[in-house]
Design a protein around this ligand. Structure first.
Ligand code: R5P
Length: 288
C-alpha cells in the first residue's frame, strides 16, 4: 500500500501504478488552532504486511503530517512501515555552522526514524545524511532522470555543455550528461554572500553558440541558477536550460530565472511544481 503525504500525491500515484500496489487516500485536515491532522483510511485488507509512506517535507507542517501518517499506520497494525522522503527539508543544514547551532538535518532524521522501519531518500544534498537516521536508509540518485525532457526537445542540444554552478554539483552534471548520452561537463566557482545572493566565476569553457544545461540538486531561491544563466547569457551561450532534482522554487525564484533569460526550467516530482516534468518514480520503485 502506498500512502501519500499531501505534497507527494502525483509521485505516490506513479509509484502505486509501477509497483501495482493499492494507493491509499489519506484524510488531511487542520484544527482551529492550526495543528495538522493526517489519517489513513481503515486498512481494508486488515493490516497489510507493508505500507510505504511517500512524503516530501518542504515545511514544518509536512514533517508533522509525515509523523502522523507513520503513527496512524502503526496504530492500524501494519507490520512494516517504509518511508520515502522524495525531498528532505532541512537537509542542507547538515552540520552546526557555528557554535550553538543545531544539526537540523540530524534532528529531523531522528524524528522520522521513530515511526518507520526503513527510509529511502532521493538525491539528498549530501549522501552522508543517511547516517543521521536511526533505521536503515537508502539513497536514490535521481539526477539521470533529468535527461528525459532533454531527449524530447524539438531540436537536439547543440554542442551540449552540462554545467554545475559549483563544484559540489559536478556529480549531478556528470549524471545528466551520461544519461543524455553525450556532451561535455564543467563547473563554475560559486561564492555565496547571503541566503539570496551569490556570485559565480565562469570557467574557461567556451560557451558561445552552444546549448548549456545548468544542473543542480535543488533550486531554492533561484540565486545560484539565475546568476549562472546571466553569466552564460553574457557569454553568448545559445539556449540555456536549467535542470534540478528538487524544484523548491521559493519566493521569486521562477521569476528570477525567467528574467535571467532561461529557455526552460526542468525539475522532478520530488516536489510538485509546474516545472516537475520528470518523475523519479522508476528509480524510487527500484529501491522498494
Ligand atoms: C548548494 O550547494 C546547492 O547545491 C544549491 O546550489 C543551492 O542550495 C541553491 O540555492 P539557491 O537556489 O537559493 O541559490
Amino acid at each position: 500500500m502506498i500512502v501519500p503525504g499531501s505534497w507527494s500525491q502525483a509521485l505516490s500515484a506513479s509509484l502505486a501504478t509501477l509497483l501495482d500496489e493499492p494507493l491509499a487516500v489519506p484524510e488531511f485536515d487542520r484544527f482551529p488552532d492550526g495543528e495538522t491532522f493526517a489519517a489513513v483510511p481503515p486498512v481494508a485488507e486488515a493490516s497489510p504486511d507493508r505500507a510505504v509512506v511517500v512524503a516530501a517535507t518542504p515545511s514544518n507542517d509536512a514533517y508533522v503530517e509525515l509523523l502522523q501518517l507513520q503513527d496512524a499506520l502503526r496504530e492500524a497494525g501494519v507490520d512494516e512501515v517504509v518511508t520515502v522522503v522524495p525531498y528532505m527539508g532541512y537537509g542542507r543544514q547538515d552540520r552546526a555552522f557555528e557554535p550553538g547551532h543545531p544539526v537540523s538535518a540530524r534532528a529531523v532524521a531522528r524524528a522520522v526514524s521513530t515511526g518507520t522501519d526503513r527510509v529511502v531518500l532521493v538525491t539528498p544534498h549530501e549522501a552522508s545524511i543517511r547516517d543521521f537516521f536511526d533505521v536503515p536508509c537508502d539513497v536514490v540518485e535521481a539526477a539521470g532522470r533529468l535527461a528525459v525532457p532533454l531527449h524530447a526537445l524539438d531540436a537536439a542540444l547543440r554542442e551540449p555543455l552540462f554545467l554545475a554552478p559549483d563544484d559540489g554539483a559536478t556529480e549531478i552534471a556528470d549524471a545528466v550528461r551520461d544519461a543524455y548520452g553525450g556532451g561535455e561537463t564543467d563547473y563554475f566557482e560559486k561564492t555565496r554572500h547571503s541566503g539570496t545572493e551569490v556570485t559565480v566565476e565562469p570557467s574557461d569553457a567556451d560557451v558561445a553558440g552552444r546549448d548549456v544545461v545548468v544542473t543542480d540538486d535543488i533550486v531554492a531561491t533561484g540565486s545560484t541558477m539565475a546568476e549562472s544563466v546571466a553569466v552564460l547569457r553574457e557569454r553568448d551561450a545559445a539556449r540555456i536550460f536549467t535542470a534540478c532534482v528538487h524544484p523548491l522554487l521559493a519566493r521569486s525564484a521562477r521569476t528570477r530565472l525567467e528574467a535571467a533569460g532561461v529557455e526552460r526550467v526542468y525539475g522532478t516530482d520530488t516536489l510538485e511544481r509546474d516545472v516537475s516534468a520528470v518523475s523519479v518514480a522508476p528509480v524510487v520503485a527500484d529501491a522498494l
